[in-house]
Design a protein around this ligand. Sequence first.
Ligand code: COA
Ligand code: NAP
Length: 260
Amino acid sequence: MSLDPNSLSGRVAVVVGASSGINLGIAHKLGSLGARLAIVSRTPERIEAAAAGLAAEGLDVTAHSGDVRDAAAMQAIMAEIAATKGPIDIVSSGAAGNFFVSAAKMSPNAFKTIIDIDLIGTFNVMSAAYPHLRRPGAVLINITAPQAQRATPKQAHACAAKAGIEMLTRCLALEWGPEGIRVNAVSPGPIADTEGLARLATDEALAGKILDALALPRFGTRADIGNAVAWLCSEGASFVTGTTIDCDGGMRLGNLYAPD
Ligand code: COA
Ligand code: NAP
């Protein structure tokens, strides 16, 4: 996608869950467009290694470690970023956990853990950033998944958490829009070479079934999602808020087998 390579020049962009995978791809895209990056995840060594990789490509980046389940930790990180870099222009929030387990076998703590990381973690990130946002002009993006809209076996925890994230996104858009803050979500489909896909497509047969369920029969790339997030941050999206961009190859359409 051809956005002006300096279109985010000088903007402060916080990307949460960016030690690997899709969120690291988002950080890379925003940094490549000129954003000054602050990347966040739970494990210090992993987020520092990710920052070193981005810095080696010439991007302007700092690393911050904290658990999204810890509201006070998120508040401290956002305050530190704003104190050192200035008002926050962009927050992309995508820390998550997932595993396959049937509802019958899911412990209450397994369900709670995913709700805590994905849904409550997203609220903690958004509310911690809120006092430090640039007004008008800040752009907030939450990373959701097709499971928010499609009931999926062995995914009751992730489906419930991601559905909550999409409604939270709409509520925040409504409340914060008058201050000039846009809030949207991006829903990736199955993205190649990610931990999330590795946990769900555990063998080739399952990977094939996932591809069969798409309208566009290929796995997505991290760049596909980085491009969607970059567009939401651009002037071209200045009237877009409270929505979910489905960047999912049509996964949410729920393709069912039909005979020839
Ligand atoms: N199947 C069933 N239950 C599982 C499970 C699995 N594969 N993995 C964890 N759980 C349960 C645990 O048994 C525990 O419940 P219990 O106390 O009743 O036994 C609960 O979930 C919490 O597990 P714990 O390992 O303590 O959680 P954590 O906070 O240390 O780690 C996870 C969170 C489990 C989500 C971990 O896999 C993780 O950190 N994931 C991040 C990476 C990731 O998932 N990437 C994909 C993003 S889509
Ligand atoms: P990933 O590489 O495993 O990345 C997950 C990130 O979340 C890591 O940076 C991890 O940090 C961080 N994280 C996890 N728990 C955390 C916590 N409690 N506090 C702070 N950070 C925490 O995953 P991915 O597959 O790229 O997925 C990224 C996002 O895209 C997720 O929101 C996921 O639901 C969504 N998604 C993925 C796919 C896919 O195909 N992969 C499809 C649809 C949606 P550390 O490990 O460093 O601690």
